[in-house]
Design a protein around this ligand. Sequence first.
Ligand code: ZN
Length: 227
Amino acid sequence: MDFSQMRLSREPAVYRTEPLVVPGISGYLPEKARGGKDPFAPVVERESRVVVPTREVTCYECGKKSRIPVAALSAHCVHCCAHLTLTDYRLMPGSKKLTRRTLGEVVLPAQTELSLLSIVSGRMVVAGKATGVKLRVMDVLEMEGKAVLEGQVQAGRLEVKKGARVQVSPGLSVESAEIKGMLTARLHATGCVHVRDGGALVGDCHAPDLRLEPGAVHRGTWYPIKS
Ligand SMILES: [Zn+2]
């Protein structure tokens, strides 16, 4: 009997050089061995490390700092688990008894008069008028135009824009202040109060450091306090 007749094919035997078991997808052949894409194969994407840009925020519940992705619209504080909103708000005329808590920016536009506002925000820009306010700005409070605030005002840093004539009554407490326009208020600061050339502070100032540039005006008494 001629055994050579029993061979079914005269083609040389092909040996697979790649392992049958691919790490991570046990049981599936490598793509090459499958001769193209298998529509039923799981989609396995190559692991890649993406660096997400982050920014630092201060929690309005516990006051501690943490880092969150720049694009996030809300977050949880890693220290106290509080839910933090990061939405920006533009306050509209006619809103009554507004309460807003956000790490974003709140804008009170010019020619807008509101009352009974309760706001905790990351930044705030005030150009309009608000009475009966309870304001806590974690970062920068910007005042411009003919802004008027009446009530409790607390901010990290106060910036009075050039050409502004703003008023805060009875007063406000901040960490630091930079005054380029005219501010009428009783000012309490734990850090430096800087009145720029052309700027004016009308009212008593309680601060460890009051700097008046040449051309700056302070009408009132400076009470140097310990920082
Ligand atoms: Zn917190």
